[in-house]
Design a binder for this molecule. Structure first.
Ligand code: IVH
Length: 670
């Protein structure tokens, strides 16, 4: 019985690995998401029933739950070198000359050209086909161990099949590659963050770099990281060329960029660099050049390296996409939290295939630092960044009479007073009814990840606010009383108005956590809203709570707790909520799922084996009474329930003085 279950588990794992490969590496799924989910669920179930068969390389074990407090420092077995840069054809010819000078006169010299992906490099160690460690580049000599985070990238195999590849010994290998994020995936992810009031990132590269160093692998798993592998080193046998290595890596199931080129001469290399300079905007990810490598590994060894760069490779760097234009005016845009962002209104200019007429200036500090003035000729750049930015000012072209920019004294939209939060670069408009703020907050309220009101997008919200139908997001629910008037609006018709009203009515069923997110409390993104809702279960409980209580929730810090308290103390917001309540919006988690709320706000950790029920059952019961079960003990834990042969959590609870419960005591509570 056990044996056949083990066989079934093995079979499911290799099936899932194959489908992961098809989906994440080849981008060519062979089964539907539903079918995949079924396989995954089956495996989860079998592993749950047979925990002794759970291994670290199972597809179910990609995302660990433990937080990584400090990353281990790891010294690279072979240093992760950087590349010398070349910027012109002449420099490439020089590189070729140096390579020839360093090698036997009659040797045939070949190159491999690869796209230089703009991300962060990582080194992966596999032992007997299993992923053991993943290490960042660091300073090239020593990096940080980020295995738990890297394991969440689904195109990275946790296990590689060495059976058929035994012509070479690959028991101990190191592969290296570039972790990156595709532009579109990044854009969407950033957009959701912006809507959630979370900090947005400037470009995919920074996001990848920041993500790989997060302490919570669960968060990493939610971000769309990708990888291309470009290097293979075997500690047990000698390999012969870069081209063969790339092919072998592909065979082993690694994700290798297809756009590499084997070149027989430096002229072919130059042609490749030229082609991709023009074609780079067709790629779904950012590249900043081409990496040129001498193909033969024997040649690479002969050439060796100087200082921190190999003599056998170079990077041909593409220039950042820049343009010069006149900055006509600096305007200030008001966001939904009231923050003012300076925007450069530019003389339209063509840059990397699109016409640019605006660029962000981030905040007033930045304008001051770069001393950007109206009328200046500025250099703008579009790197991997979503929005073009102003890089510098052409001081020689500056008008003698130009003046330093001062921040607006009142809100440019509503003329209200402005204020600056301590330690923040942003300037805020204090008027909650400021039309720009109102528009942005209603757009957020109706957005897909909040109340999901289909049809109520940016342009309609702007129109309704301008026409005086909406003053706050709570007014959305009174629109149905104005149906007759709305139908008369040019762009709308009977059908679209009735669809809109229907979508608005439907949104009343949105669960409490989405509602909480939709309110637009600063720093409360969708994740934080979910945590707050799960913990407090109702708005009333949250409003009655204290900052200290709020911060007891795992991952909720002082900026969120302060912001929550500030939000609910505001008379304007209280009125909004009353209106929403009257409209029938959910301000509590569905009560029917709960037997009681006797454990609301209490956090439990379970350790050891319980006699009368499984840990899963115990967890479900605690939740039925509104309690929260988490996996690690901290000073915020209310109770640690201790079963037979408890783990280290018991010791930790004792150390921290957390209340210990026996199984009997727990049963009395549930
Ligand atoms: S080879 C000595 N190949 O560019 C070999 N690097 O400065 C160095 N990169 O740190 C790495 N795509 O982060 C190589 N196809 C590619 C690459 C690549 C991007 C990055 C990598 C490295 C930097 C070189």
């Amino acid at each position: 019985m056990k044996q056949s279950q083990q066989a079934q588990i093995d079979e499911l794992r290799s099936l899932i690995r194959e489908h992961d490969y098809n989906y994440f590496v080849l981008n060519d799924p062979k089964i539907s998401d539903y079918e995949y989910d079924q396989l995954f669920k089956k495996l989860l179930q079998l592993e749950c029933e047979n925990p002794e068969f759970v291994t670290n390389d199972s597809p179910t074990q990609r995302v660990g739950s433990d937080l990584v407090k400090d990353f281990n420092s790891v010294t690279h077995k072979t240093p992760m070198l950087s590349l010398t840069n070349t910027y012109s054809e002449n420099e490439l010819l020089d590189f070729d000359r140096r390579v020839r000078e360093g090698l036997p006169a009659n040797d045939n010299i070949e190159y491999v050209c690869e796209l230089k992906i703009d991300g962060v490099s990582v080194s992966l160690h596999y032992e007997n086909g299993k992923l053991k460690t993943a290490v960042t580049r660091g300073d090239g000599t020593t990096g940080e161990e980020v295995t738990a985070n890297v394991r969440t990238i689904r195109s990275i195999p946790l296990k590689i099949d060495l059976k058929e590849k035994n012509r070479i010994n690959l028991d101990q290998i190191e592969v290296r590659g570039e972790i990156y994020m595709e532009n579109e995936a990044f854009r969407k992810w950033n957009e959701v963050r912006e809507f959630s009031g979370e900090k947005t990132f400037a470009n995919p590269r920074n996001t990848s770099a920041g993500t790989i160093k997060l302490q919570d692998p669960k968060l990493v798993a939610k971000r769309p990281l990708q990888i291309f592998i470009y290097y293979l080193y075997s500690y047990s046998s000698e390999l012969s060329s870069q081209k063969e290595n790339l092919e072998l890596l592909k065979d082993l199931g690694f994700r290798v960029n297809v756009n590499y080129r084997f070149c027989k001469s430096i002229q072919e290399v130059i042609a490749f660099c030229r082609v991709w300079e023009n074609r780079r905007s067709e790629l779904p990810y950012e590249i900043d050049g081409v990496v040129i490598k001498v193909n033969s590994l024997k040649h690479q060894r002969i050439l060796g390296s100087i200082a921190k760069s190999p003599r056998w490779a170079t990077a041909f760097k593409y220039k950042a996409k820049q343009a010069k234009t006149r900055l006509n005016k600096i305007t200030w845009q008001v966001g939904r939290t009231g923050a003012l962002t300076p925007v450069a209104e530019l003389e339209p200019v063509l840059l990397a295939g699109s016409t640019i007429s605006r660029a962000t200036l981030h905040n007033y500090d930045e304008v001051q630092r770069k001393d950007i003035r109206e009328g200046d000729v500025v250099v703008i750049e579009k790197g991997g960044d979503v929005i073009p930015k102003v890089v510098s000012v052409e001081l020689s072209a500056r008008d003698q009479n130009s003046k330093k920019v001062s921040p607006p004294s009142v809100c440019p939209e509503c003329s209200s007073k402005l204020y600056r939060q301590e330690e923040e670069a942003a300037i805020y408009c204090e008027n909650k009814e400021c039309p720009a703020q109102v528009k942005a907050s209603i757009i957020h309220f109706a957005s897909r990840t909040a109340m999901d009101i289909e049809g109520l997008g940016e342009s309609l919200v702007n129109l309704f606010v301008d026409l005086g139908y909406l003053y706050t997001y709570a007014d959305v629910y009174s629109l149905k009383e104005k149906t007759d008037e709305l139908i008369k609006i040019d762009r709308l018709g009977k059908k679209s108005v009735s669809n809109l009203i229907e979508a608005i009515e439907k949104s009343k069923q949105k669960p409490f956590d989405k509602v909480l997110f939709a309110l637009g409390i600063r720093y409360v993104g969708s994740g934080a809203a979910k945590k707050l809702a799960d913990h407090f279960l109702s708005l009333d409980a949250l409003v009655d709570s204290t900052e200290v209580k709020i911060e007891e929730i795992h991952e909720i810090g002082p900026s969120i707790s302060k912001s929550v308290k500030r939000f609910f103390c505001d008379k304007h917001n209280i009125k909004l909520i009353e209106k929403l309540k009257a409209a029938g919006i959910n301000f509590a988690l569905e009560p029917k799922k709960l037997k009681s709320v006797s454990l609301a706000g209490k956090t439990f950790v379970l350790t050891g084996t319980l006699a009368s029920m499984s840990r899963e059952e115990a967890k479900a019961k605690v939740q039925e009474h509104g309690g929260l079960v988490t996996s690690s003990v901290s000073k915020n834990t209310d109770y640690v329930v201790v079963g037979e042969s408890p783990g280290s959590k018991f010791e930790k609870a004792q150390k921290l003085g957390v209340k210990i419960l026996t199984e009997e005591e727990l049963i009395k509570m549930i």
